[in-house]
Design a protein around this ligand. Structure first.
Ligand SMILES: O=C(CO)[C@H](O)[C@H](O)COP(=O)(O)O
Length: 145
């Protein structure tokens, strides 16, 4: 599975950690930046990571800013993206099972590396349940159309 990554300066450290975890676990990574703790604007990088998922270059995306909020809002503006902000593994599991989320957002200022590992692992390995949930995901897509 290929995973796009995006962050701002507030998410840089956790993004780098997640990148290492992904590579150690056999995932291919497309790092859309940023690449340092210099101050940048999170919509630029949330958009880049989301477009890589929307156009099929990556199957999933993970974005990080200080809170995870701004970069998740930005990713969700890209058509076809369902980006879920998660701070613990149960939310990551449920958003895969029920929402078929294709992107995960986390707050680099809010959660630690070990928690992020568990969230990422669950997000990338949990299947969508489909059934009644597909109808609801289709209704979300209708809003975009
Ligand atoms: O969490 C964020 C957006 O939701 C950003 O990381 C945060 O707003 C950046 O702020 P600053 O420029 O003061 O570091």
């Amino acid at each position: 599975m290929k995973v796009s990554l995006g962050c701002d300066h507030g998410g840089f450290a956790l993004k780098e950690h997640v990148k290492g975890w992904l590579e150690a676990h056999g995932y291919e990574v497309l790092d859309c930046g940023c690449h340092s703790t210099d101050s940048v604007d999170y919509p630029v990088f949330g958009r880049a990571a989301a477009e890589a998922v929307a156009d099929g270059r990556c199957e999933r995306g993970i974005v990080v800013c200080t809170t995870g909020i701004g970069i998740s809002i930005s990713a969700n503006k890209v058509k076809g993206i369902r980006c879920a902000l998660c701070s613990e593994p149960l939310s990551a599991e449920m958003t895969r099972r029920h929402n078929n989320a294709n992107m995960l957002a986390m707050g680099g200022g809010l959660i630690g590396a070990n928690m992020a590992d568990r969230i990422v692992e669950v997000f990338l390995t949990t299947e969508f349940e489909s059934g009644r949930h597909q109808r609801r995901v289709d209704l979300i897509s209708d809003i975009e159309a």
